[in-house]
Design a protein around this ligand. Structure first.
Ligand code: PEP
Ligand code: MN
Length: 282
Protein backbone atom coordinates (compact mmCIF):
# COMPACT_ATOMS: atom_id res chain seq x y z
CA UNK A 1 0.00 0.00 0.00
CA UNK A 2 1.27 3.46 -0.79
CA UNK A 3 2.30 5.71 2.09
CA UNK A 4 -0.47 8.07 3.27
CA UNK A 5 -0.16 11.60 1.88
CA UNK A 6 -0.04 13.09 5.40
CA UNK A 7 3.09 11.06 6.17
CA UNK A 8 4.87 11.93 2.95
CA UNK A 9 3.78 15.56 3.09
CA UNK A 10 2.97 16.42 6.71
CA UNK A 11 1.87 19.98 5.94
CA UNK A 12 0.55 19.93 2.38
CA UNK A 13 -0.81 16.37 2.38
CA UNK A 14 -4.50 15.68 2.66
CA UNK A 15 -6.53 13.14 4.54
CA UNK A 16 -10.23 12.59 4.94
CA UNK A 17 -10.49 14.79 8.01
CA UNK A 18 -8.86 17.73 6.31
CA UNK A 19 -10.90 20.21 4.30
CA UNK A 20 -9.53 21.70 1.14
CA UNK A 21 -7.73 24.97 1.81
CA UNK A 22 -9.35 28.14 0.60
CA UNK A 23 -6.98 31.04 0.25
CA UNK A 24 -8.74 34.33 0.63
CA UNK A 25 -7.12 37.55 -0.53
CA UNK A 26 -9.43 40.51 -0.01
CA UNK A 27 -12.70 39.46 -1.66
CA UNK A 28 -11.14 36.73 -3.84
CA UNK A 29 -11.28 33.13 -2.69
CA UNK A 30 -8.96 30.62 -4.34
CA UNK A 31 -9.89 26.99 -3.81
CA UNK A 32 -13.57 27.71 -3.19
CA UNK A 33 -16.41 26.76 -5.51
CA UNK A 34 -15.81 29.39 -8.19
CA UNK A 35 -12.74 29.01 -10.43
CA UNK A 36 -10.50 32.06 -10.37
CA UNK A 37 -9.19 33.64 -13.56
CA UNK A 38 -5.68 35.11 -13.47
CA UNK A 39 -4.72 36.81 -16.70
CA UNK A 40 -2.44 39.41 -18.18
CA UNK A 41 0.64 39.82 -20.28
CA UNK A 42 3.71 37.66 -19.91
CA UNK A 43 5.72 40.77 -19.08
CA UNK A 44 4.73 44.26 -18.05
CA UNK A 45 5.83 46.42 -20.99
CA UNK A 46 4.12 49.79 -20.59
CA UNK A 47 1.26 51.49 -18.79
CA UNK A 48 -0.89 51.40 -21.89
CA UNK A 49 -0.27 47.71 -22.56
CA UNK A 50 -0.97 46.75 -18.97
CA UNK A 51 -4.00 48.97 -18.46
CA UNK A 52 -5.66 48.00 -21.76
CA UNK A 53 -5.27 44.34 -20.87
CA UNK A 54 -6.32 44.72 -17.25
CA UNK A 55 -9.51 46.58 -18.14
CA UNK A 56 -10.64 43.69 -20.33
CA UNK A 57 -9.59 41.12 -17.73
CA UNK A 58 -11.67 42.87 -15.07
CA UNK A 59 -14.70 43.42 -17.32
CA UNK A 60 -14.72 39.75 -18.34
CA UNK A 61 -14.78 38.57 -14.72
CA UNK A 62 -11.07 37.97 -14.14
CA UNK A 63 -9.96 38.73 -10.61
CA UNK A 64 -6.18 38.65 -10.69
CA UNK A 65 -3.81 40.47 -13.03
CA UNK A 66 -0.59 38.69 -13.94
CA UNK A 67 2.48 40.40 -15.36
CA UNK A 68 6.18 39.80 -14.90
CA UNK A 69 8.46 42.65 -13.87
CA UNK A 70 11.42 40.30 -13.40
CA UNK A 71 11.46 37.75 -16.21
CA UNK A 72 13.33 34.44 -16.29
CA UNK A 73 14.43 34.42 -19.93
CA UNK A 74 16.30 31.61 -21.64
CA UNK A 75 18.60 34.08 -23.36
CA UNK A 76 20.37 36.85 -21.43
CA UNK A 77 19.87 39.03 -24.54
CA UNK A 78 16.06 38.83 -24.42
CA UNK A 79 13.91 41.44 -22.65
CA UNK A 80 14.41 40.87 -18.93
CA UNK A 81 11.45 42.87 -17.62
CA UNK A 82 11.07 46.44 -16.36
CA UNK A 83 12.01 45.63 -12.77
CA UNK A 84 10.84 48.17 -10.21
CA UNK A 85 9.18 50.31 -12.89
CA UNK A 86 7.08 47.26 -13.81
CA UNK A 87 6.06 46.85 -10.17
CA UNK A 88 4.98 50.49 -10.04
CA UNK A 89 2.84 50.00 -13.14
CA UNK A 90 1.22 46.93 -11.61
CA UNK A 91 0.35 48.97 -8.53
CA UNK A 92 -1.14 51.82 -10.56
CA UNK A 93 -3.24 49.47 -12.66
CA UNK A 94 -4.36 47.58 -9.57
CA UNK A 95 -5.62 50.83 -8.09
CA UNK A 96 -7.45 51.73 -11.29
CA UNK A 97 -9.09 48.36 -11.92
CA UNK A 98 -9.41 46.72 -8.51
CA UNK A 99 -7.67 43.58 -9.74
CA UNK A 100 -5.27 41.76 -7.43
CA UNK A 101 -1.71 41.30 -8.68
CA UNK A 102 0.47 38.22 -9.11
CA UNK A 103 4.08 38.68 -10.19
CA UNK A 104 7.21 36.58 -10.20
CA UNK A 105 10.06 36.72 -7.74
CA UNK A 106 13.30 35.16 -8.96
CA UNK A 107 15.87 36.47 -6.55
CA UNK A 108 16.09 36.45 -2.77
CA UNK A 109 17.27 40.05 -2.89
CA UNK A 110 14.01 41.24 -4.50
CA UNK A 111 11.55 39.62 -2.08
CA UNK A 112 11.20 42.56 0.29
CA UNK A 113 10.51 44.97 -2.54
CA UNK A 114 8.09 42.73 -4.44
CA UNK A 115 6.03 41.96 -1.33
CA UNK A 116 5.17 45.68 -1.22
CA UNK A 117 3.47 45.41 -4.63
CA UNK A 118 2.23 41.85 -5.05
CA UNK A 119 -0.86 40.16 -3.65
CA UNK A 120 0.60 36.82 -4.72
CA UNK A 121 4.28 35.98 -5.21
CA UNK A 122 4.90 33.70 -8.16
CA UNK A 123 7.70 31.16 -8.01
CA UNK A 124 8.37 30.16 -11.59
CA UNK A 125 8.98 26.73 -13.00
CA UNK A 126 12.73 27.24 -13.14
CA UNK A 127 12.88 28.06 -9.44
CA UNK A 128 10.59 25.38 -8.08
CA UNK A 129 13.56 23.69 -6.48
CA UNK A 130 15.37 26.85 -5.41
CA UNK A 131 15.12 25.91 -1.74
CA UNK A 132 16.56 29.10 -0.23
CA UNK A 133 14.01 31.08 -2.28
CA UNK A 134 11.18 28.80 -1.16
CA UNK A 135 12.21 29.20 2.49
CA UNK A 136 12.39 32.95 2.16
CA UNK A 137 8.95 33.40 0.56
CA UNK A 138 7.79 30.99 3.24
CA UNK A 139 8.79 33.57 5.85
CA UNK A 140 6.53 36.22 4.32
CA UNK A 141 2.77 36.46 4.81
CA UNK A 142 2.07 36.91 1.11
CA UNK A 143 0.36 33.99 -0.69
CA UNK A 144 2.64 32.09 -3.05
CA UNK A 145 1.82 30.64 -6.47
CA UNK A 146 4.19 27.71 -6.88
CA UNK A 147 4.55 26.61 -10.48
CA UNK A 148 5.53 23.06 -11.20
CA UNK A 149 9.11 22.61 -12.36
CA UNK A 150 9.16 21.59 -16.01
CA UNK A 151 11.05 18.45 -15.04
CA UNK A 152 9.49 17.88 -11.64
CA UNK A 153 7.49 14.90 -10.47
CA UNK A 154 4.36 15.54 -8.44
CA UNK A 155 6.23 14.34 -5.37
CA UNK A 156 9.05 16.83 -5.91
CA UNK A 157 6.51 19.58 -6.45
CA UNK A 158 4.57 18.83 -3.28
CA UNK A 159 7.82 18.62 -1.31
CA UNK A 160 8.78 22.04 -2.70
CA UNK A 161 5.44 23.35 -1.39
CA UNK A 162 6.24 21.68 1.91
CA UNK A 163 9.31 23.95 2.24
CA UNK A 164 7.11 27.04 2.05
CA UNK A 165 4.59 25.80 4.61
CA UNK A 166 7.35 24.57 6.86
CA UNK A 167 8.83 28.08 6.90
CA UNK A 168 5.47 29.42 8.15
CA UNK A 169 3.48 30.48 5.10
CA UNK A 170 0.41 28.30 4.70
CA UNK A 171 -0.98 30.18 1.71
CA UNK A 172 0.30 28.23 -1.25
CA UNK A 173 -1.45 27.78 -4.58
CA UNK A 174 -0.07 25.15 -6.94
CA UNK A 175 0.11 25.76 -10.68
CA UNK A 176 0.47 23.01 -13.29
CA UNK A 177 2.17 24.58 -16.33
CA UNK A 178 3.26 21.58 -18.32
CA UNK A 179 6.26 19.30 -18.22
CA UNK A 180 8.86 18.46 -20.84
CA UNK A 181 8.14 15.68 -23.29
CA UNK A 182 9.66 14.35 -26.48
CA UNK A 183 7.31 15.89 -29.02
CA UNK A 184 8.13 19.27 -30.44
CA UNK A 185 4.74 20.66 -31.43
CA UNK A 186 3.79 22.07 -28.06
CA UNK A 187 6.16 23.87 -25.75
CA UNK A 188 5.43 21.43 -22.92
CA UNK A 189 2.84 18.79 -22.14
CA UNK A 190 0.03 19.89 -19.87
CA UNK A 191 -0.28 17.17 -17.27
CA UNK A 192 -4.02 17.35 -16.86
CA UNK A 193 -3.94 14.33 -14.57
CA UNK A 194 -1.97 16.43 -12.10
CA UNK A 195 -5.22 18.26 -11.27
CA UNK A 196 -7.15 15.29 -9.82
CA UNK A 197 -3.92 13.80 -8.44
CA UNK A 198 -3.19 16.98 -6.47
CA UNK A 199 -6.83 17.18 -5.36
CA UNK A 200 -6.38 13.66 -4.02
CA UNK A 201 -2.99 14.14 -2.34
CA UNK A 202 -3.14 17.71 -1.08
CA UNK A 203 -5.50 20.24 0.45
CA UNK A 204 -3.84 23.08 -1.47
CA UNK A 205 -5.66 24.78 -4.36
CA UNK A 206 -4.43 23.97 -7.86
CA UNK A 207 -4.72 26.05 -11.00
CA UNK A 208 -3.47 25.42 -14.51
CA UNK A 209 -1.49 27.53 -16.95
CA UNK A 210 -2.26 26.39 -20.50
CA UNK A 211 -0.23 29.26 -22.02
CA UNK A 212 3.22 28.07 -20.97
CA UNK A 213 2.08 24.47 -21.30
CA UNK A 214 1.29 24.76 -24.99
CA UNK A 215 3.11 27.77 -26.41
CA UNK A 216 0.27 28.32 -28.94
CA UNK A 217 -2.62 30.72 -28.48
CA UNK A 218 -5.12 28.47 -30.26
CA UNK A 219 -4.45 25.65 -27.79
CA UNK A 220 -4.96 27.78 -24.71
CA UNK A 221 -8.78 27.78 -24.57
CA UNK A 222 -9.34 24.02 -25.06
CA UNK A 223 -6.84 23.17 -22.34
CA UNK A 224 -8.04 25.87 -19.97
CA UNK A 225 -11.53 24.38 -20.22
CA UNK A 226 -10.20 20.84 -19.80
CA UNK A 227 -8.44 21.97 -16.63
CA UNK A 228 -11.62 23.42 -15.17
CA UNK A 229 -13.61 20.29 -15.97
CA UNK A 230 -10.84 18.20 -14.36
CA UNK A 231 -11.36 20.16 -11.15
CA UNK A 232 -8.83 23.02 -11.26
CA UNK A 233 -9.50 25.95 -8.94
CA UNK A 234 -8.64 28.39 -11.68
CA UNK A 235 -6.50 29.21 -14.66
CA UNK A 236 -3.66 31.54 -15.43
CA UNK A 237 -3.49 32.72 -19.03
CA UNK A 238 -1.39 35.19 -20.96
CA UNK A 239 -3.24 37.99 -22.77
CA UNK A 240 -1.83 40.86 -24.82
CA UNK A 241 -3.53 43.71 -26.70
CA UNK A 242 -1.23 43.09 -29.64
CA UNK A 243 0.39 39.64 -29.39
CA UNK A 244 2.46 40.16 -32.56
CA UNK A 245 4.29 43.04 -30.90
CA UNK A 246 4.73 41.38 -27.48
CA UNK A 247 8.23 41.51 -26.01
CA UNK A 248 7.74 38.06 -24.53
CA UNK A 249 5.60 35.01 -25.34
CA UNK A 250 3.42 36.65 -28.02
CA UNK A 251 2.77 33.31 -29.81
CA UNK A 252 0.96 31.96 -26.78
CA UNK A 253 -0.82 35.16 -25.74
CA UNK A 254 -4.56 35.41 -26.29
CA UNK A 255 -5.92 38.52 -27.95
CA UNK A 256 -8.32 40.62 -25.91
CA UNK A 257 -11.27 39.16 -27.81
CA UNK A 258 -9.92 35.63 -27.44
CA UNK A 259 -9.67 36.17 -23.71
CA UNK A 260 -13.21 37.53 -23.41
CA UNK A 261 -14.55 34.47 -25.16
CA UNK A 262 -12.59 32.09 -22.95
CA UNK A 263 -13.62 33.88 -19.75
CA UNK A 264 -17.28 33.51 -20.75
CA UNK A 265 -16.80 29.80 -21.39
CA UNK A 266 -15.04 29.25 -18.08
CA UNK A 267 -17.82 30.98 -16.19
CA UNK A 268 -20.37 28.86 -18.02
CA UNK A 269 -18.48 25.63 -17.20
CA UNK A 270 -18.12 26.63 -13.59
CA UNK A 271 -21.86 27.09 -13.29
CA UNK A 272 -22.62 23.84 -15.08
CA UNK A 273 -20.24 21.65 -13.12
CA UNK A 274 -20.43 23.21 -9.69
CA UNK A 275 -18.38 22.61 -6.63
CA UNK A 276 -17.79 18.89 -6.51
CA UNK A 277 -15.87 18.57 -9.75
CA UNK A 278 -12.59 16.78 -9.32
CA UNK A 279 -12.98 15.93 -5.66
CA UNK A 280 -11.35 12.54 -5.78
CA UNK A 281 -10.33 12.10 -2.19
CA UNK A 282 -12.31 8.96 -1.54
C1 PEP B 1 5.52 33.03 -16.32
O1 PEP B 1 4.44 32.68 -15.85
O2 PEP B 1 5.75 34.20 -16.63
C2 PEP B 1 6.58 32.03 -16.54
C3 PEP B 1 7.82 32.38 -16.84
O3 PEP B 1 6.13 30.77 -16.44
P1 PEP B 1 6.95 29.42 -16.10
O4 PEP B 1 7.75 29.69 -14.87
O5 PEP B 1 5.85 28.42 -15.91
O6 PEP B 1 7.79 29.13 -17.30
MN1 MN C 1 5.31 33.90 -20.41
Amino acid sequence: MSQPARELYPLVGRNKELEKSVIQIDRVKIGDSKPVIMAGPCAVESKEQLFTTAKVVAEAGGEILRGGAYKPRTSPYSFQGLGKEGLELLKEVKQETGLLVVTEVMDLRDIQLITKYADILQIGSRNMQNYPLLREVGKTKVPVLLKRGMNATIKEWLLAAEYILEAGNKKVILCERGVRGFQEYTRNILDISAVPVIRHLSHLPIIIDPSHATGHKRLVAPLAKAGIVAGADGVMVEVHPNPDQALCDGEQSLTLDGFKELAGEINFLAESFGKEVGDVLS
